[in-house]
Design a protein around this ligand. Sequence first.
Ligand code: DGL
Length: 258
Amino acid sequence: MDNNKPIGIFDSGIGGTSIWREIHQLLPAEKTIYLADSKNAPYGQKTKQEIIALCMKNTDLLLQMDCKLIVVACNTATTNAIKELRDKYAIPFIGIEPAIKPAALNSKTQKIGILATQGTLISELFNKTAEKFQTTKIIEQVGHGLVQLIEGGEINSSEMTELLKSYLQPMIDADIDHLVLGCSHYPYLIPQIKKILPEHIQIIDSGQAVAKQTQKVLENQVGFSTEKENQPIFYTNTNPSVLKGILGKDFQVEELDF
Ligand code: DGL
């Protein structure tokens, strides 16, 4: 089954490019269209209904662009809106959720930490998954302010370091041995986080798992591109400089009002 239509990917901003990277690396022949809804970031402090409405707006645009599959590259959007998206649209959706399972199953201390947005941590979907791991103590921390700093291009600022220290120290004190990054913006903080965490604490994010799931859905339901390689397109509804900075010069970033 061949299908040369693009894969649509969206996030509340630039964070989902961490997922896009994994998809592009695993499936270089696939054309990808990425929407950075930075104008509406952060999603993590919005109500479920507001998040659903934003996800539908992004989906409508990606459908106008003739996408064959949509990757919701945002934990907050997935945990609050994936069911409503699947109910409304016929196109397949792939979501991203905090990787509690591999962390809990591999934890020796039976204590894991999760850093995510408020919207993800209070969602029904997240709490249902967490309930399955009763024997593991899950230390949850809302990453207040982190997405705003990343969107503002302040990944390496001293304010970021101080915030991360204040969020991670209580987890270190509680003897976690795995830290789950439950927000697609946070993989960009890994170098910073590694400076704070002791070496034995494993950092887990879901990017590779999402790329593998995308490959599976293309194989079983949608079809692969027959092109040799494809140039991705990135759209942002704010000043493109931060997105350009994170992607480097090789990629095309366009401003679009959506
Ligand atoms: N990248 C989004 C996530 O994975 C960030 C959420 C936000 O905009 O607050 O949750």
